[in-house]
Write a protein that binds this ligand. Structure first.
Ligand SMILES: Nc1ncnc2c1ncn2[C@@H]1O[C@H](COP(=O)(O)OP(=O)(O)OP(=O)(O)O)[C@@H](O)[C@H]1O
Length: 257
C-alpha cells in the first residue's frame, strides 16, 4: 500500500451512521486510510456513497460515529472549517460557474483559502501569487490553453478536470472525488486516470468510482458499500473477486470491467 503506517491515519471513520427518518443511509461504517493512501468506494446506486462523502465533508451531520483527520476529531466541524483543516472534495453535480473563465473559476477557488472572498474581480487579477497558482494548476492538467475561456465552452472531460483542480486549489491533505470518470469518453477516461495517477504522493485520495479500470490503476484499496453498510474492504483486485461483491453486482457489468 502507498502511504505510511506510522502516526495516525489521514482519515479515520469510526462507527459512522446517517439516518434519514426510518432510512439508514450509512450504517456503522468504520475504515481508515493512511497518509498518501489511495482509496476507492464502490457500491450500487443508493448504497450510501454520496451520503458517506457528505458526512466526511460536513454537508451532513452523522447520527452517530466519529470522523478524524490526521488524528483530530472533525465530526462536528462545518464544511468550511473542514476545508481549512485539509479536506477537499468534488461533487457529483458540478459547482463550476459556467460564465466565468477557467482562470476566474480557479481564482475563486484559491480565494476560498482566505477571508477576502468579497474582493472585486479586478483585485483578484492583480493578485499575482494567486494568478500564478491558477496558471500552475491549469498547466499541471493541460488546461493552460483554456485559462481565458468561459467554463461553459469546455468539453465534459475538461470540466471534470477543472472540478478536480478547483478541489486541489483548497490545498487539501485528503481529497474526496465523487465519480471523477462518470460520463467520460474512453479517451477522456484515460486523461483523468493519468491525471489522478500524477497527483502528489503525499495527497490522500478517496474516490467514489464505478469504473473498475480507473480504480485498478488509481487506488490500492477499495471498500464496498451496500445498503449503507461496509460489506468488504481490501486490495482492489481481491475485492473485485470477492463472492459477496460479485453477488451484489450480479447482472451488472460494473465490477467485471
Ligand atoms: N437528503 C436525503 N433525504 C432522504 N433520503 C436521502 C437523502 N439523501 C440520500 N437519501 C437516500 O439515502 C440512500 C443513499 O443515497 P446515496 O445518494 O448516498 O447513495 P449513492 O450510493 O451515492 O447512490 P448513487 O450511486 O445513485 O449516487 C438512498 O436510498 C437515497 O434515496
Amino acid at each position: 500500500m502507498i502511504g505510511s503506517q506510522d502516526g495516525p491515519p489521514a482519515l479515520e471513520v469510526q462507527n459512522l451512521s446517517c439516518r434519514f427518518g426510518a432510512l439508514v443511509a450509512v450504517h456503522d461504517v468504520s475504515l481508515a486510510v493512511p497518509p498518501g493512501g489511495r482509496f476507492g468506494i464502490i457500491g450500487p446506486n443508493g448504497a450510501g456513497k454520496t451520503t458517506f462523502f457528505n458526512l466526511l465533508s460536513g454537508e451532513l451531520r452523522p447520527s452517530g460515529g466519529r470522523i478524524r483527520l490526521f488524528g483530530e476529531d472533525v465530526t462536528r466541524l462545518s464544511p468550511p472549517r473542514r476545508v481549512a483543516k485539509g479536506i477537499g472534495r468534488t461533487f457529483q453535480i458540478t459547482r463550476i460557474f459556467p460564465d466565468l473563465t477557467v482562470r476566474e473559476n480557479l481564482t475563486l477557488a484559491l480565494l476560498g483559502l482566505s477571508r477576502s472572498k468579497l474582493q472585486p474581480l479586478r483585485r483578484w487579477r492583480a493578485d499575482r501569487v494567486r494568478q500564478q497558482r491558477a496558471e500552475e494548476l491549469a498547466g499541471s492538467f493541460g488546461l493552460a490553453h483554456r485559462l481565458e475561456d468561459p467554463a461553459r465552452v469546455l468539453s465534459h472531460g475538461e470540466l471534470r478536470e477543472l472540478e478536480v483542480l478547483l478541489a486541489l486549489a483548497t490545498e487539501p491533505r485528503v481529497l474526496l472525488l465523487d465519480e471523477p470518470a462518470a460520463g467520460l469518453s474512453p479517451a477522456e477516461r484515460q486523461d483523468i486516470r493519468r491525471l489522478l495517477q500524477d497527483l502528489p504522493t503525499s495527497l490522500t485520495l478517496v474516490m467514489i468510482e464505478h469504473d473498475m479500470e480507473v480504480l485498478r490503476e488509481v487506488v490500492d484499496r477499495v471498500a464496498v458499500l451496500h445498503y449503507g453498510e461496509l460489506v468488504v474492504e481490501g486490495p482492489t483486485a481481491e475485492v473485485q473477486q470477492h463472492p459477496a461483491v460479485r453477488e451484489i453486482y450480479l447482472g451488472s457489468a460494473e465490477v467485471g470491467r
